[in-house]
Design a binder for this molecule. Sequence first.
Ligand code: GLN
Length: 527
Amino acid sequence: MKYIIVTGGVMSGLGKGITTASIGRNLKNKGYKVTAIKIDPYINIDAGTMSPFQHGEVFVLKDGGEVDLDLGNYERFLDTELTREHNLTTGKVYESVISKERRGEYLGKTVQIIPHITNEIKERIRRVAAKSGADVCLIEVGGTVGDIESMPFLEAVRQMYREEPKENLAFVHVTLVPMDPQGDQKTKPTQHSVKELRELGLKPNIIVTRCPEPLLEGTISKISLFCDVSEEAVISAHDADDIYEVPLMLEKEGLTDFLMKHLELTSTGSEDKSWSKMVDRMHHLKGDVKIGIVGKYTHLEDSYLSISASIKHASIECGVNYEVCWINAETFEDHPEMVSSLSEYDGILVPGGFGERGTEGKIRAIQYARENDIPYLGLCLGMQLSVIEFARNVAGLEGANSSEFDENTPYPVIDILPEQENVVDMGATMRLGDYDAALRPGSLAEKIYGQSSIVERHRHRYEVNPNYVEKIEAKGMVFSGKNRNRMEIAEIPGKKFFFASQFHPEFKSRPGRPSPPFKAFIESMIK
Ligand code: GLN
């Protein structure tokens, strides 16, 4: 197994995740099987309990793992499906060491960070890598070198460096080369962060520098000299117009060749060009569709990262440009008349969410889309609210609501399933990950998926209450996807496009392989 360890210096937010995913994509293009692990040094067991406000979107894996959004980038760039074990957190590591200690597995020893925590980290990395059947395993260490939290992880990879043959490990350090007011590229922050890495016993083989403009030759030789890496291992990762160009840029900068040489990976003879073809298509989009996303965390695009990605995949596939506007749902609560401003959009999307805030505004937006036949895509909460809207305004169930927002509603058309009640562990209260749905013959759902049964990822606690299905369907909304008595898809036939799903199709969309509902949504806007 070859390991590529990616660390970050100077500051967070440099695009370490995209760099990691891009390196992986390039090796995949060369015919290697690649997997990736994200280390998040926080104490949370997983990202499930974290607010998308603070931490960006919670990405959901097929096995129900609620993980950092970087795993979404790995899945999209590597076109793979990962499991919860691919996200290692301090919480998970300590949890298992402590329970081993309680079971007496350490035979009376004092349990310490070195070796017990570091052994646990190494074991997990090696186990996940081996299980994936990959040739190359990328390991991205979250945070910045020097953070207290990441110390045990860096120590663990340092030990791996001692234990593994030299050609099995490559250390990539991502840093920042800022420009001073005179426009000079400054290498000091990079020098300092490499020094910090050295103090931990680690030496980078490759330095990827984020910089506004391509690195000058003088800058490269300076970094090479001061940081003790060869010049060809100083990679310029200057600002790109689009993150999907990063793999191509790193390839052009020679990163893949250097890595392969270092890791003694010989050519497999195969070369996958689909990524560059996809980027090429992306540069030749014609026309424009305008999508309004009515949500809660509208000022933070990271909170809906997979949705943005899915729209992008679909638009590239359809050959059309798109514009996304984030609309705060609460606007329509304070100013109901403003809802008519939605007429300027070609399509309206209501994403997933939790809590009551903004729900009435979203319901108004959905009503407007339905009544004015604007293509509508509802995801999870966006599906539940479209059912509530339909129940109230078409099926005559006045005051219908979800019991999540109104416990005393006369018509709980969205309700919690009995088996989900009374769970205290916050990590165990939701229906998470892959579930299948049978699609109704002749429905829009069946048409857009082109198959009669699908598997999609879920993250919800509430569902359509089966007791109201008949009443609602009698008025024209169709539940065209079902998992036994669970309603997975709601659609309204006769509309340009009105499709809402209890699942989150955005987690399975890939560049070159867009999610069917997103593709159909974009197509309906072009027509
Ligand atoms: N709050 C809703 C539920 O728990 C919807 C969840 C979501 O949109 N992810 O069922």
